[in-house]
Design a binder for this molecule. Structure first.
Ligand code: GTP
Length: 321
């Protein structure tokens, strides 16, 4: 395994207004963008070349990740003028890889935080001579997801849409291993969804689609509830802060709050389960709960906010769905 494609070009509608200025994969979880968590996981699994498939707010990624040398990987960019959907994005990004780099490709939905063992997923893929191997995760209630039943050998037998009584609670976790032949079969330049078109078509054509089942920590951060949960889970303490943050000793931070670089938290402020980006300021005795502060946001003294998105220009409610 030498290469990977990260799908990071979606609009992130469900996280609006947080995603109006920051693309979903760049949202910070415990101080690192989701994409950086994924790059680190890919690197651990031996990935050396990685393509970021960007579209919406594509310009935000390059200044942060550059050529990838900071992470010891060869990082390339594939920018879609118009979003091509998850399948079209894979076909478009694969053009940045040469034939041998395309042999076995790790593909990540850019909004997933996962601790699963990617090397074990690759081993399963190779052992079963699969065309595609999907990471599957078991959820308590699969009604909100499409479900993915497998046979006793782990071979995927269907890719089912959401339903009231799912026949299995194993769902697609958004991390795949693709063979070159499958990548090459996705039409170029056409909007295509891997979930709705490519996978069902491959199953109908009797191709070897396998599931890799692992129930380690996994979260799709696509909704506000999940975003704040991921932050709370990954901070793993009452709070965490960048070393350059200024936090008054009388401030009370809880619920896995993260304070970014050069941010200031003044005396008497309380913050519960908040994400505070770099350079933001929370003045004296402000009380914030489940708020996202964009870079440079300013919260006035004594302000009391719950479930808000704040930037330099805006102060908007976040709708929890
Ligand atoms: P919602 O609008 O809230 O559904 O979010 P989304 O646009 O991110 O869609 P979704 O969660 O279904 O996407 C899953 C992953 O694929 C995310 O990481 C997206 O960034 C990515 N993605 C979705 N559509 C495209 C696309 O057209 N191009 C690229 N490059 N990535 C995409």
């Amino acid at each position: 395994m030498t290469s990977a494609i990260l799908l990071v070009g979606g609009r992130g509608t469900r996280l609006s207004p947080i995603t109006d200025q920051i693309p979903k994969p760049m949202l910070p979880i415990a101080g690192l963008p989701v994409t950086e968590h994924q790059i680190l996981a890919a690197k651990k699994a031996g990935v050396k070349t990685l393509v970021l498939a960007t579209s919406y707010l594509a310009e935000v990624f390059t200044p942060y990740f550059g050529d990838g040398s900071k992470w010891g990987i060869d990082l390339r960019y594939a920018i879609e003028k118009e979003p091509l959907g998850t399948g079209g994005a894979i076909a478009h990004a694969a053009a940045e890889l040469n034939e041998s780099e395309k042999e076995t490709v790790l593909i990540f939905n850019g909004d997933v935080i996962s601790d699963h063992d990617i090397s074990a997923q690759i081993a399963t893929h190779q052992k079963s001579s699969a065309d595609v191997t999907l990471h599957l995760i078991q959820v308590e209630d699969a009604r909100a997801f499409g479900s993915v039943p497998t046979d006793s050998q782990g071979r995927v037998i269907a890719f089912l849409e959401k339903m009231d009584q799912p026949i299995t609670n194993w769902i697609n976790a958004g991390c795949y291993i693709f063979n070159r032949a499958v990548i090459d079969s996705i039409p170029r330049g056409i909007v295509t969804s891997v979930e709705r078109e490519t996978f069902p078509a491959l199953i109908s054509a009797d191709r070897r689609i396998f599931g890799y089942k692992e129930n380690s920590y996994w979260l799709d951060i696509g909704t506000p509830l999940a975003l704040f949960k991921a932050s709370r889970d990954r901070v793993k303490a009452r709070f965490s802060a960048h070393p350059t943050a200024h936090i008054d000793s009388s401030a009370l931070l809880s619920g896995g709050t993260f304070i970014g670089a050069q941010a200031t938290i003044a005396s008497g402020a309380t913050l519960d389960n908040c994400i505070v980006s770099e350079g933001a300021v929370v003045a004296e005795s402000a009380h914030l709960s489940r708020c996202f502060l964009a870079p440079g946001a300013i919260v006035k003294s004594n302000a009391v906010y719950k479930d808000r998105y704040m930037s330099i220009e805006k102060n908007l409610p976040i709708t929890f769905i």
